[in-house]
Design a protein around this ligand. Structure first.
Ligand code: SAM
Ligand code: CA
Length: 220
């Protein structure tokens, strides 16, 4: 025992899944289909999906933004616990991947809650602000191009309401954040946002070591 976050080896991770994962069948099917793609590694881990569904329930979120849809697994994890009138603005630029997403959103009976915007996310977020939707979202999930992470975060701060939650994915970036030799654009961008968040008095934060690291930032 230690008062430090436990390291999960493969066996312990398997135990965590075996004793806590309650993945709906449709999500399992989507995960299997995504696994056939070269970029399947981009999908969030199922236990993270379940955690995000829990966050949606705890916050009672009815309006959400997702930046980075891919094949729509995280979108579905957010949509399924939402009430029928719930709405997710889902941002991506890739038609092929989001066609798979849309197919599964339909199959899961959740498509009515999800509005896909196929355009650079900054453009979609700017249009929401122009449309006077500032301070109106309960939840935002940031999981797209890392060099834009700080821009996404700042814009989401304007779009969520006080008390609203912003979840930022890949904040540990496979451990690269502590690799002094790694000065790649993505790694530098993630380090920058992590540093900004640590000192950002506008939000309460928690960096959760689930999946590849998920920071929760709650707007005060
Ligand atoms: N959240 C997804 C999941 O868990 O299944 C994974 C998202 S994946 C890591 C990142 C996605 O961001 C890709 O689908 C990519 O097409 C999209 N993307 C990249 N640049 C973008 C941009 N400028 N605007 C919107 N989406 C972008
Ligand atoms: Ca991710």
């Amino acid at each position: 025992m230690a008062n430090q976050t436990i390291q999960l080896n493969d066996e312990l991770h398997a135990y965590l899944l075996a004793s806590s994962l309650r993945e709906p069948e449709i999500l399992g099917q989507l995960r299997q289909e995504t696994a056939k793609l070269d970029m399947s590694i981009m999908q969030i881990a199922p236990e993270q999906g379940q955690f995000m569904s829990m966050l949606m329930k705890l916050t009672g979120a009815k309006r959400a933004i997702e930046i980075g849809v891919f094949t729509g697994y995280s979108t579905l994890c957010m949509a399924m616990p939402m009430p029928a009138e719930g709405k997710i603005i889902a941002c991506d630029i890739n038609r092929e991947w989001t066609e798979i997403a849309q197919h599964y959103w339909q199959k899961a009976g959740q498509a009515g809650k999800i509005e896909l915007h196929l355009a650079p996310a900054m453009q979609t977020l700017a249009s929401l602000l122009e449309d006077k939707q500032a301070n109106s979202f309960d939840f935002a999930f940031i999981d797209a191009d890392k060099p834009n992470y700080c821009n996404y975060y700042e814009t989401c701060l304007q779009l969520v309401r006080p008390g609203g939650l912003i979840a930022i994915d890949n904040v540990l970036w496979g451990g690269s954040v502590i690799d002094g030799d790694d000065e790649s654009e993505d790694t530098v961008a993630i380090r920058q946002l992590n540093a900004l968040l640590h000192d950002d008095e506008r939000v309460d934060i928690s960096m959760v070591p689930i999946g590849d690291g998920l920071t929760l930032a709650r707007l005060k």
